[in-house]
Design a protein around this ligand. Sequence first.
Ligand code: CA
Length: 223
Amino acid sequence: MRLLVVEDDQELADGLASSLAQSSYAVDTYPTAELAFAAATIQNYDVIVLDLGLPDGDGVDLLKRLRERGVRSPVIIITARDQLTDRVRGLDGGADDYLVKPIALSELDARIRVQLRRQQAEPFTLRFAAVGLDAVHRQAIVDGKALDCTAKEYAILEVLVRAQGRIVAKDRIFDGIYDAESDTSPAAVEVHISRLRRKLTAANSNVSIRALRGLGYRLEASA
Ligand code: CA
């Protein structure tokens, strides 16, 4: 587990770094928004601990820039400012949690563990609306419940989820689920899709498979 600590108070930064290192984290510390931005866009951190008052800018602005860059690491804000507006700004800016200085190291440690657990509880790398795919176990999840589908149905759903609502030609779905030697006809795809549709409906999913005549299929999400 690798952590980034962005804090310009050298004494505090050193204290956090040595305390977190004792908890077996690898810790990088940077005192400015610019250095932290450069580090966080290169290295994938498991958690970022972010001070709001930095010498070259505001921590919330840094956070927004990181989110815009696609940095998804959980961020815990630490600030001396305990006013409500700062907390709200931080959370609105994409922070996951905040702590008010002076910080109890044991509490920071506990909050970091919460963020790490949260990440592990969401193993889905693929998602379309309410449908998540656990690609490791090849299991579809709808609204937190496992969808009981066959291997072929899962494979079709994965092709469609990867397309994120774009149309997928029937031939491409066929190629994706049958090997070259298969003597099954492309019409078999339709059978699997109609079963999958029924299962998505039965699961009360807001996701449906739409057939576009002569073009293929795509996923649609209703509000
Ligand atoms: Ca500061």
